[in-house]
Design a protein around this ligand. Structure first.
Ligand code: SF4
Ligand code: SF4
Ligand code: SF4
Length: 282
Protein backbone atom coordinates (compact mmCIF):
# COMPACT_ATOMS: atom_id res chain seq x y z
CA UNK A 1 0.00 0.00 0.00
CA UNK A 2 1.40 3.44 -0.95
CA UNK A 3 1.58 6.48 1.44
CA UNK A 4 -1.19 8.10 -0.59
CA UNK A 5 -3.47 5.16 -0.02
CA UNK A 6 -3.04 5.51 3.77
CA UNK A 7 -4.37 9.11 3.79
CA UNK A 8 -7.86 9.51 5.34
CA UNK A 9 -10.60 10.63 2.92
CA UNK A 10 -11.13 14.45 2.60
CA UNK A 11 -14.48 15.13 4.17
CA UNK A 12 -16.23 18.55 3.72
CA UNK A 13 -15.55 19.24 7.43
CA UNK A 14 -11.82 18.48 7.04
CA UNK A 15 -11.63 20.62 3.87
CA UNK A 16 -13.23 23.53 5.77
CA UNK A 17 -10.64 23.39 8.60
CA UNK A 18 -7.73 23.03 6.14
CA UNK A 19 -8.85 26.12 4.20
CA UNK A 20 -9.31 28.07 7.42
CA UNK A 21 -5.79 27.17 8.60
CA UNK A 22 -4.36 28.24 5.23
CA UNK A 23 -6.18 31.56 5.40
CA UNK A 24 -4.97 32.22 8.95
CA UNK A 25 -1.41 31.41 7.79
CA UNK A 26 -1.68 33.78 4.84
CA UNK A 27 -3.19 36.46 7.07
CA UNK A 28 -0.30 36.15 9.53
CA UNK A 29 2.20 36.31 6.67
CA UNK A 30 0.40 39.36 5.27
CA UNK A 31 0.61 40.97 8.72
CA UNK A 32 4.32 40.33 8.89
CA UNK A 33 4.85 41.74 5.40
CA UNK A 34 2.79 44.82 6.27
CA UNK A 35 4.78 45.36 9.48
CA UNK A 36 7.99 45.27 7.44
CA UNK A 37 6.48 47.59 4.85
CA UNK A 38 5.28 50.05 7.52
CA UNK A 39 8.74 50.02 9.13
CA UNK A 40 10.28 50.88 5.76
CA UNK A 41 7.74 53.65 5.33
CA UNK A 42 9.19 55.43 8.38
CA UNK A 43 11.89 57.93 7.61
CA UNK A 44 15.43 57.28 8.83
CA UNK A 45 16.87 60.12 10.94
CA UNK A 46 19.83 60.04 8.53
CA UNK A 47 17.75 61.01 5.50
CA UNK A 48 19.15 63.88 3.44
CA UNK A 49 16.44 66.07 1.91
CA UNK A 50 16.56 68.39 -1.14
CA UNK A 51 17.93 71.94 -0.81
CA UNK A 52 15.62 74.36 1.04
CA UNK A 53 13.60 71.57 2.67
CA UNK A 54 11.75 72.78 5.74
CA UNK A 55 12.20 71.01 9.11
CA UNK A 56 11.80 67.23 8.78
CA UNK A 57 8.59 66.82 10.80
CA UNK A 58 6.93 69.68 8.93
CA UNK A 59 8.39 68.42 5.65
CA UNK A 60 6.73 65.03 6.09
CA UNK A 61 3.39 66.72 6.72
CA UNK A 62 3.75 69.16 3.81
CA UNK A 63 5.34 67.22 0.93
CA UNK A 64 2.61 65.90 -1.36
CA UNK A 65 5.01 63.41 -3.00
CA UNK A 66 4.43 64.86 -6.46
CA UNK A 67 8.03 64.29 -7.57
CA UNK A 68 8.36 67.68 -9.32
CA UNK A 69 11.63 68.45 -7.50
CA UNK A 70 13.16 65.18 -8.59
CA UNK A 71 11.92 65.71 -12.14
CA UNK A 72 13.43 69.21 -12.25
CA UNK A 73 16.71 67.80 -10.95
CA UNK A 74 16.72 65.03 -13.58
CA UNK A 75 15.86 67.34 -16.46
CA UNK A 76 18.11 70.28 -15.60
CA UNK A 77 20.29 71.16 -18.64
CA UNK A 78 23.50 70.53 -16.69
CA UNK A 79 22.43 66.90 -16.17
CA UNK A 80 22.28 66.06 -19.86
CA UNK A 81 25.25 63.96 -20.94
CA UNK A 82 26.76 65.77 -23.94
CA UNK A 83 27.98 62.52 -25.51
CA UNK A 84 24.77 60.51 -25.27
CA UNK A 85 22.38 63.47 -25.12
CA UNK A 86 20.55 61.61 -22.34
CA UNK A 87 19.90 62.60 -18.75
CA UNK A 88 22.20 61.08 -16.11
CA UNK A 89 20.65 59.73 -12.88
CA UNK A 90 19.16 62.58 -10.84
CA UNK A 91 20.42 63.61 -7.44
CA UNK A 92 16.93 63.60 -5.98
CA UNK A 93 15.17 60.25 -5.84
CA UNK A 94 11.62 59.53 -4.72
CA UNK A 95 11.74 56.88 -1.98
CA UNK A 96 10.52 53.39 -2.82
CA UNK A 97 9.55 50.58 -0.43
CA UNK A 98 13.12 49.26 -0.28
CA UNK A 99 14.58 52.65 0.82
CA UNK A 100 14.73 53.49 4.54
CA UNK A 101 12.92 56.73 3.82
CA UNK A 102 9.22 57.61 3.97
CA UNK A 103 7.84 56.21 0.74
CA UNK A 104 7.28 58.74 -2.03
CA UNK A 105 9.36 61.54 -0.46
CA UNK A 106 12.46 63.01 -2.14
CA UNK A 107 15.94 62.32 -0.76
CA UNK A 108 19.49 61.92 -1.98
CA UNK A 109 22.48 59.68 -1.32
CA UNK A 110 25.68 61.68 -1.94
CA UNK A 111 27.92 58.64 -2.42
CA UNK A 112 25.70 57.70 -5.42
CA UNK A 113 24.81 61.15 -6.78
CA UNK A 114 25.66 64.32 -4.81
CA UNK A 115 23.95 67.68 -5.18
CA UNK A 116 25.78 69.86 -7.69
CA UNK A 117 24.60 73.10 -6.08
CA UNK A 118 23.06 74.39 -9.33
CA UNK A 119 23.23 78.19 -9.67
CA UNK A 120 19.47 78.46 -10.33
CA UNK A 121 18.49 75.64 -7.88
CA UNK A 122 15.77 74.38 -10.29
CA UNK A 123 14.43 71.77 -7.84
CA UNK A 124 13.19 74.36 -5.33
CA UNK A 125 10.85 76.87 -7.06
CA UNK A 126 8.85 74.03 -8.68
CA UNK A 127 7.68 72.67 -5.31
CA UNK A 128 3.94 73.41 -5.13
CA UNK A 129 3.43 72.56 -1.46
CA UNK A 130 5.96 74.69 0.41
CA UNK A 131 7.92 71.60 1.55
CA UNK A 132 10.84 73.27 -0.23
CA UNK A 133 10.87 76.94 0.73
CA UNK A 134 12.70 79.25 -1.76
CA UNK A 135 13.09 81.84 1.03
CA UNK A 136 15.54 79.54 2.78
CA UNK A 137 17.92 79.91 -0.18
CA UNK A 138 17.19 83.54 -1.13
CA UNK A 139 19.83 86.13 -0.28
CA UNK A 140 19.58 89.84 0.55
CA UNK A 141 19.69 90.70 -3.17
CA UNK A 142 16.56 88.58 -3.61
CA UNK A 143 18.48 85.99 -5.65
CA UNK A 144 18.51 82.22 -5.23
CA UNK A 145 21.86 81.52 -3.61
CA UNK A 146 23.29 77.96 -3.58
CA UNK A 147 25.67 78.94 -0.77
CA UNK A 148 22.64 79.25 1.52
CA UNK A 149 21.70 75.58 1.06
CA UNK A 150 21.72 73.51 4.21
CA UNK A 151 21.12 69.86 3.40
CA UNK A 152 23.46 68.57 6.07
CA UNK A 153 27.02 68.78 7.33
CA UNK A 154 30.09 66.86 6.17
CA UNK A 155 31.91 64.97 8.91
CA UNK A 156 35.44 63.54 8.64
CA UNK A 157 36.18 60.15 10.18
CA UNK A 158 39.76 60.76 11.30
CA UNK A 159 40.39 57.02 11.71
CA UNK A 160 39.76 56.17 8.09
CA UNK A 161 40.77 59.43 6.38
CA UNK A 162 44.19 58.64 4.90
CA UNK A 163 45.26 62.30 5.11
CA UNK A 164 45.17 61.83 8.91
CA UNK A 165 47.58 58.90 8.46
CA UNK A 166 50.03 61.20 6.68
CA UNK A 167 49.26 59.96 3.13
CA UNK A 168 48.80 62.87 0.77
CA UNK A 169 45.19 63.11 -0.36
CA UNK A 170 43.07 66.17 -1.05
CA UNK A 171 40.30 64.62 -3.18
CA UNK A 172 37.49 65.92 -0.95
CA UNK A 173 39.07 69.36 -0.67
CA UNK A 174 39.37 69.73 -4.44
CA UNK A 175 35.82 68.44 -5.03
CA UNK A 176 34.23 71.05 -2.78
CA UNK A 177 32.46 73.86 -4.68
CA UNK A 178 33.24 76.12 -1.71
CA UNK A 179 36.93 75.35 -1.60
CA UNK A 180 38.74 77.05 1.30
CA UNK A 181 35.38 78.29 2.54
CA UNK A 182 33.50 75.09 3.48
CA UNK A 183 36.55 72.85 3.65
CA UNK A 184 40.16 73.74 4.44
CA UNK A 185 43.42 71.85 4.64
CA UNK A 186 45.04 72.19 8.03
CA UNK A 187 48.81 71.85 8.16
CA UNK A 188 50.26 69.78 10.99
CA UNK A 189 53.74 68.37 11.64
CA UNK A 190 54.06 64.58 11.45
CA UNK A 191 55.82 63.80 14.74
CA UNK A 192 56.09 60.08 13.85
CA UNK A 193 58.38 60.62 10.84
CA UNK A 194 59.71 64.00 11.90
CA UNK A 195 60.13 65.09 8.28
CA UNK A 196 56.63 64.92 6.77
CA UNK A 197 53.54 67.03 7.18
CA UNK A 198 49.88 66.25 7.58
CA UNK A 199 47.42 68.16 5.41
CA UNK A 200 44.16 67.35 7.14
CA UNK A 201 40.74 68.22 5.69
CA UNK A 202 38.70 70.31 8.11
CA UNK A 203 35.03 71.16 7.43
CA UNK A 204 33.86 74.68 8.29
CA UNK A 205 30.58 74.08 10.09
CA UNK A 206 28.72 77.25 9.12
CA UNK A 207 29.75 77.22 5.46
CA UNK A 208 29.25 73.56 4.50
CA UNK A 209 26.00 73.05 2.56
CA UNK A 210 25.93 69.25 2.82
CA UNK A 211 26.08 68.86 -0.97
CA UNK A 212 28.14 65.68 -0.58
CA UNK A 213 30.55 66.31 -3.48
CA UNK A 214 33.36 65.57 -1.02
CA UNK A 215 31.73 62.27 0.00
CA UNK A 216 31.39 61.26 -3.63
CA UNK A 217 35.05 62.11 -4.32
CA UNK A 218 36.53 60.38 -1.26
CA UNK A 219 39.03 57.68 -2.34
CA UNK A 220 38.59 55.31 0.60
CA UNK A 221 36.50 52.13 0.21
CA UNK A 222 33.80 53.53 2.46
CA UNK A 223 33.82 57.34 2.39
CA UNK A 224 35.91 58.80 5.24
CA UNK A 225 34.05 62.09 4.80
CA UNK A 226 30.28 61.86 4.69
CA UNK A 227 27.24 64.08 5.06
CA UNK A 228 24.83 63.74 7.97
CA UNK A 229 21.72 65.79 8.73
CA UNK A 230 23.05 68.77 10.69
CA UNK A 231 21.24 67.96 13.95
CA UNK A 232 22.72 64.43 13.89
CA UNK A 233 26.23 65.66 13.06
CA UNK A 234 26.30 68.25 15.83
CA UNK A 235 26.11 67.91 19.59
CA UNK A 236 24.08 70.23 21.83
CA UNK A 237 25.68 71.81 24.93
CA UNK A 238 22.42 73.16 26.44
CA UNK A 239 21.24 76.77 26.67
CA UNK A 240 22.61 77.28 30.22
CA UNK A 241 26.20 77.47 28.90
CA UNK A 242 27.24 80.99 27.92
CA UNK A 243 30.18 82.03 25.75
CA UNK A 244 31.66 85.28 26.99
CA UNK A 245 32.86 86.16 23.49
CA UNK A 246 29.58 85.49 21.69
CA UNK A 247 27.38 88.58 21.25
CA UNK A 248 24.19 86.48 20.92
CA UNK A 249 24.97 84.66 24.18
CA UNK A 250 25.71 87.98 25.89
CA UNK A 251 22.39 89.35 24.69
CA UNK A 252 20.68 86.27 26.18
CA UNK A 253 22.34 86.99 29.54
CA UNK A 254 21.32 90.67 29.44
CA UNK A 255 17.74 89.68 28.78
CA UNK A 256 17.77 87.53 31.94
CA UNK A 257 19.39 90.16 34.20
CA UNK A 258 16.95 91.32 36.85
CA UNK A 259 14.74 88.29 36.36
CA UNK A 260 14.79 85.82 39.22
CA UNK A 261 15.62 82.61 37.42
CA UNK A 262 17.17 80.67 40.33
CA UNK A 263 15.39 77.80 42.01
CA UNK A 264 14.57 78.34 45.68
CA UNK A 265 14.28 75.43 48.06
CA UNK A 266 14.28 75.38 51.87
CA UNK A 267 17.83 74.11 51.75
CA UNK A 268 19.09 76.78 49.31
CA UNK A 269 17.83 79.55 51.63
CA UNK A 270 20.36 78.45 54.28
CA UNK A 271 24.06 79.31 54.30
CA UNK A 272 26.41 76.32 53.94
CA UNK A 273 27.56 76.89 57.57
CA UNK A 274 23.97 76.41 58.75
CA UNK A 275 23.92 72.78 57.80
CA UNK A 276 27.63 71.87 57.63
CA UNK A 277 28.46 69.28 60.29
CA UNK A 278 24.79 69.22 61.24
CA UNK A 279 23.82 66.27 63.47
CA UNK A 280 27.46 65.33 64.04
CA UNK A 281 28.60 64.48 67.55
CA UNK A 282 32.23 64.63 68.65
S1 SF4 B 1 20.55 71.95 -6.72
FE1 SF4 B 1 21.11 69.79 -6.36
S2 SF4 B 1 19.18 68.75 -5.99
FE2 SF4 B 1 18.68 70.73 -6.93
S3 SF4 B 1 18.58 70.34 -9.13
FE3 SF4 B 1 20.68 70.94 -8.71
S4 SF4 B 1 21.75 68.97 -8.34
FE4 SF4 B 1 19.54 68.56 -8.18
S1 SF4 C 1 8.14 69.11 -5.25
FE1 SF4 C 1 7.71 69.53 -3.10
S2 SF4 C 1 5.79 68.48 -2.70
FE2 SF4 C 1 6.58 67.63 -4.62
S3 SF4 C 1 7.76 65.82 -3.99
FE3 SF4 C 1 9.21 67.54 -4.08
S4 SF4 C 1 9.24 68.32 -1.98
FE4 SF4 C 1 7.41 67.04 -2.15
S1 SF4 D 1 29.46 68.73 1.77
FE1 SF4 D 1 31.65 68.60 1.33
S2 SF4 D 1 31.84 69.39 -0.76
FE2 SF4 D 1 29.82 70.06 -0.01
S3 SF4 D 1 30.15 72.09 0.90
FE3 SF4 D 1 30.39 70.60 2.57
S4 SF4 D 1 32.60 70.18 2.62
FE4 SF4 D 1 32.17 71.13 0.62
Amino acid sequence: MSKEDKKPPITPRRKFFTLMAQNIGLGAMGGLLWTGYAAKAKSSPLTLRPPAAIKEEEFLRTCIKCGLCSEACLNRPSNIDKETNKARPATLKMAKAQDSVTIGTPFFTPRDVPCYMCEDIPCVPVCPSGALDPLLVTNEKNELDPQMMDMGLAVVDQNSCIAFWGIQCDACYRACPLLDVAIKLEYDRNERTGKHAFLKPVVVMNACTGCGLCEKACVTEKAAIFVLPREIALGKPGSHYVKGWDTKDQQRVEERVGKDVTTHTKRSEKKPQDYLNMDLEY
